[in-house]
Ligand binder design. Structure first.
Ligand code: AMP
Ligand code: MN
Ligand code: MN
Ligand code: MN
Length: 281
């Protein structure tokens, strides 16, 4: 029997996704997903509603979160899978991250106002009023709605990316602190989309070594839209470091078909999957 399709990286409107958790889980089920994790940025707020929707559809639910962390000046994302929502050490950590996010979005707004002559303060205030987890993607959508860019990608490419007028460097809590908070909540800890960090292969090996030493369990090896070459590289890292392998779409938006729920390559058969470990727990 083949393992069920496990999408362990999904966003709802509790962070920067566009669907509510119940609609998201119904979409995942309709696309053949058998195990689904809700992994909103820096909040577990949607997990109860997602769990209820999964109970109705027969989808196996994994409560999760995607935590922002810093490593050598680089922002990283760490997935906690199988978290116990409400664990004080984790919830305090997440609250701190959301406070950092609000401050950053308001600073980005000011910079956009000063350097790009955009109504940045108003846009940023609107973003913060509309969500508990303000992300740059919310701001990118606001710039699209304003008609200043064609799509979110252009907003990052013209205004929000590194070296651009709306870029504000942020010092996230350390990788060790992120892993500690997730482990306190009983999570299996996975480094999200390692191929996206633009690290040299030596730096990526160092990161993975430190991640494992700090208590990390696995790498996200197969993600929606990635190249077979990146998947190969990550599979090799997982083998060399004795880690688990995770899969997920990183779905946010139903208008973007390449990251639809369940749409990612299967893992090479020799890897030990995070989903198998989570579903026997
Ligand atoms: P933040 O966590 O506030 O830095 O916002 C980053 C979020 O924006 C990510 O989680 C992605 O969902 C999205 N994102 C990042 N880069 C891009 C890009 N180039 N185009 C579209 N969305 C992006
Ligand atoms: Mn996102
Ligand atoms: Mn991410
Ligand atoms: Mn994500």
């Amino acid at each position: 029997m083949t393992a069920p399709l496990a999408d362990l990286h999904l966003h709802s409107h509790h962070s920067d996704g566009l669907l509510d958790p119940a609609a998201l889980m119904r979409l995942a089920a309709s696309r053949g997903v058998g195990v689904a994790a809700l992994t909103d940025h820096d909040t577990t707020g949607g997990c109860a509603a997602a769990a209820a929707a999964c109970a109705e559809t027969g989808l196996r639910f994994v409560p999760g979160v995607e935590v922002s962390a810093g490593w050598q000046g680089q922002s990283l994302h760490v997935l906690g899978l199988g978290v116990a929502p409400g664990t004080p050490a984790l919830e305090t950590h997440l609250e701190n991250l959301r406070t950092l996010r609000r401050t950053r979005i308001m600073e980005i707004g000011e910079r956009l106002e000063r350097r790009a002559h955009l109504p940045g303060r108003e846009l940023a205030a609107g973003v913060c009023a509309g969500t508990e987890v303000p992300t740059r993607l919310h701001l990118a959508r606001a710039l699209v709605a304003l008609g200043r860019v064609r799509d979110e990608g252009e907003a990052f490419g013209k205004f929000l990316g590194r070296g651009l007028p709306g870029h504000v460097p942020i010092e996230w809590p350390s990788l060790e602190a992120a892993i500690g908070a997730l482990r306190a909540a009983g999570a299996t800890v996975v480094l999200a989309h390692p191929h996206r960090y633009k690290l040299s292969s030596g730096a990526l090996r160092r990161l993975v070594g430190e991640f494992r030493a700090a208590g990390g369990d696995g790498l996200e090896v197969s993600v929606g839209g990635m190249s077979p070459r990146d998947l190969d590289r990550l599979a090799t890292l997982v083998r060399n470091h004795g880690l688990l392998a995770s899969t997920g779409s990183d779905f946010h938006d139903p208008a973007l078909p390449w990251s639809a729920p369940g749409r990612f390559a299967r893992l090479p058969a020799d890897l030990v999957s995070v989903a198998a470990r989570l579903t026997v727990l």
